[in-house]
Design a protein around this ligand. Structure first.
Ligand code: ATP
Ligand code: MG
Length: 188
């Protein structure tokens, strides 16, 4: 334990770069968007200013949508469409994705915002609704203190390369596969 403590203390001492980070939460397991919400809670604890863009908004409000709407330090933009396999209208979805992205760009150039969450952004790249390079450029040119959290399955290589921290959340089991309905306060 003493050796372990010395090793950890040395690692902590070495980590002396203080900079904003891009966190990417990907993979097929549950916990990506809710982890992003966890970081929003942390940031709110320090009175930080937060912007959230929810790409692929579902049909109903989630518990966090209701909670975030009550937070004066949080501004949220919802992409105005349901899931693409419901709408089956690529042209419309692309237009809505671009509209949501314009809000994201605005947040990514706003120095008063400390944390930007881009929820389900990976799909916009994978479905080619948005241009990957434009996204990467906007992330790289953001205000120097601004943190980013990106969520969504199957993150592209360019996003992984661009991020500082990447977690691949593995699906070992999900209640839904045992026919358990999505639960209020847990899944939405
Ligand atoms: P959460 O918002 O709960 O953190 P997530 O962001 O990791 O989940 P998404 O792919 O965005 O996952 O899907 C959101 C919804 O789908 C949630 O209701 C979640 O419980 C459910 N879900 C997530 N992963 C799985 C899975 N592997 N199988 C079935 N349902 C899932
Ligand atoms: Mg999610």
């Amino acid at each position: 334990m003493r050796r372990k403590k010395a090793h950890i203390d040395a690692r902590i001492e070495q980590a002396n770069i203080d900079k904003s980070v891009i966190i990417l939460l990907t993979g097929n397991g549950k916990g990506k968007s809710s982890s992003a919400l966890g970081m929003i809670c942390r940031a709110l604890g320090y009175n930080m200013q937060i912007a959230v863009v929810k790409f692929l908004k579902g049909v109903q409000d989630t518990g966090e949508d209701i909670f975030l709407a009550q937070q004066p330090s949080v501004q949220t933009t919802f992409m105005k469409t349901g899931f693409t396999w419901d709408t089956q209208d690529k042209e419309y979805d692309t237009k809505m994705a671009l509209e949501a992205w314009q809000h994201a760009e605005h947040y990514l150039s706003n120095k008063t915002i400390d944390l930007v969450v881009l929820d389900e952004l990976t799909y916009m790249i994978n479905y080619k609704y948005l241009d990957e390079q434009i996204i990467i450029n906007a992330l790289n040119n953001r205000p120097s203190h601004q943190h980013i959290v990106i969520t969504g399955r199957a993150a592209s290589k360019a996003l992984i390369d661009c991020a500082d921290t990447v977690s691949d959340i593995k699906d070992i089991k999900h209640a839904f596969k045992a026919n358990i309905k999505a639960q209020k306060g847990i899944d939405f």
